[in-house]
Design a protein. Sequence first.
Length: 196
Amino acid sequence: MARTKRAPRAAPRARSIGHDAASQPGRATDTDGCPEDDYDEHSRWAAAKWPEVEEVVESIVSRIDMAQRHFERASVATRDQVGLAHGELKVLLRLTRGVRSQGEMAKNLLVSTGTMTNQLDKLEGAGLVVRHPDPADRRGKVVEMTAKGRDVLDTYVNVQARRERELVGGLNTKEKSELNVLLRKLLASLHDEAEA
């Protein structure tokens, strides 16, 4: 049960407790020396109210949800900085390994041919891609990224990579490695469940 969506904040407010539960003097401290936050308080409240809610699971889901919003907000800011929409960025990333057919990209990115055409119109108008006749399909087009497109994509990747390092800067090298392993294990279990 993820917490209600809202803009990420450095010191988030409790969703359901009814008062500001950000870090305060005298609050309990976990074994890692990190003070409890409002996610701990929210999870205790939810577990007490609904028997099916497991306190630690509620904390995990709420924290992953908020972390994802921090990363997404940073990505949006970086895309705005270089002038790319989300779909346009995905197109440029797809083109990093070479020329692709317009129809193939629409299929791989799970968008309609009309949506793909609109995205490519904007990218081509900005000088980031060019389209050529498809030698294997008289009615089709192939798409190639221009040097300007590569420069814009490189700028996005470099700026965003620095921002992501800053976002996880509160963890040391060992903690980042441990978190990565745990997330890999979680995603593997989610994949297994989806395949069942």
